[in-house]
Ligand binder design. Structure first.
Ligand SMILES: [Mn+2]
Length: 316
């Protein structure tokens, strides 16, 4: 459904639970908090399902929005969740009971909800949520701040190829509410922990280059994380790092997970479809940024992704 219909549908509800995706980023958190506060401003009861993976980068935005354990929702909405595999352990029970509305911007959307408001043309799901909440009246500063976080973080501070004129128009409208956008961007883009810098140094030292440096494959193992005493906040959006290397057109960042699997993040330019590559390994995402999870070691993951890239390139 279109965003105006989603806005009408939401306004007919009460006791609304909002779900964010596994390993939450700024987009899913920002959308959820912005939507929650906007619904409350319309007199609705709305809460976010607590997400155990939220890092300290994003937990401050969640304050006051996390559902108490005894909350019994009448309507369940997911934001920025493309597929069933991206639900948190706590969120999966709602997948069983039924999601009423999915708001998303991923072309790989799996249509798991009764109703879906999808616009794959949006750089961030936050742009879409902004269009929904502004149907209910002027957007307040409290609602605008998390939505700005969503838009800013999902576009790499308005630098990734998904950034459109509309992205800037939404950001401008959000800024006009009086939020401190500079504070958001300093916090998320111009501040790095020492552990983060060491993580980047490790990637530079250990990444593999193929095709004269056009393909870079980096891996961060659980051992690496433990040795650097780094946590998920230190690794936030680390997938964007390798692509900064001059000459790289396709970058892959592999994160080893507990339990013998690896999460892969693929970033590409217009010469290769990231979602095409990841689809071969059961994942999905956007044209220039996609991901997948595979069972196996870091070395298995490296081999699998290189072979998927070759297949999409037509070299297989
Ligand atoms: Mn997103």
């Amino acid at each position: 459904m279109e965003y105006r219909e989603a806005a009408e549908l939401l306004l007919r509800q009460n006791d609304i639970l909002i779900l964010t995706h596994k390993r939450p980023d700024g987009d899913t958190i920002g959308c959820a908090v912005g939507l929650c506060l906007a619904l409350r401003a319309q007199g609705r009861t709305a809460w976010l399902l607590p997400n155990e993976d939220a890092t300290r980068l994003f937990t401050p935005y969640l304050e006051g929005c996390l559902a108490p354990e005894d909350f019994r929702p009448a309507f369940v909405v997911s934001v920025d969740i493309a597929g069933k595999g991206l639900f948190t352990p706590a969120g999966e029970q709602w997948l069983q009971k039924g999601i009423d509305l999915a708001i998303d911007h991923h072309p790989s959307q799996e249509y798991f909800a009764k109703e879906t408001c999808l616009d794959a043309g949006r750089a961030a799901c936050g742009e879409l949520v902004y269009d929904i909440v502004r149907q209910w009246g002027p957007v307040s500063r409290e609602v605008a701040l998390p939505l700005y976080v969503a838009v800013s973080t999902d576009t790499g501070c308005f630098q990734y190829s998904n950034t459109s004129p509309d992205t800037h128009r939404v950001a401008a409208a959000l800024m006009e509410t009086g939020i401190d956008a500079q504070w958001v961007n300093k916090r998320h883009f111009r501040t790095k922990s020492l552990k983060r810098l060491k993580l980047e140094a490790l990637i530079v030292d250990t990444m593999d280059l193929h095709d004269d440096g056009a393909i870079a494959i980096a891996a961060v193992s659980l051992d690496d994380m433990a040795r650097l005493e780094a946590d998920e906040a230190d690794a936030e959006d680390i997938a964007a790092f390798v692509g900064q290397l001059e000459g790289v057109r396709t970058s892959v960042t592999i994160r080893e997970l507990e339990g013998g699997s690896c999460k892969l993040s693929v970033r590409t330019d217009e010469t290769l479809s990231a979602t095409g590559v990841c689809a071969l390994l059961g994942g999905g995402g956007h044209a220039a940024a996609a991901g997948c999870t595979i069972t196996g070691s870091v070395e298995d993951a490296k081999a699998a992704i290189l072979s998927a890239i070759r297949q999409v390139q037509g070299h297989a």
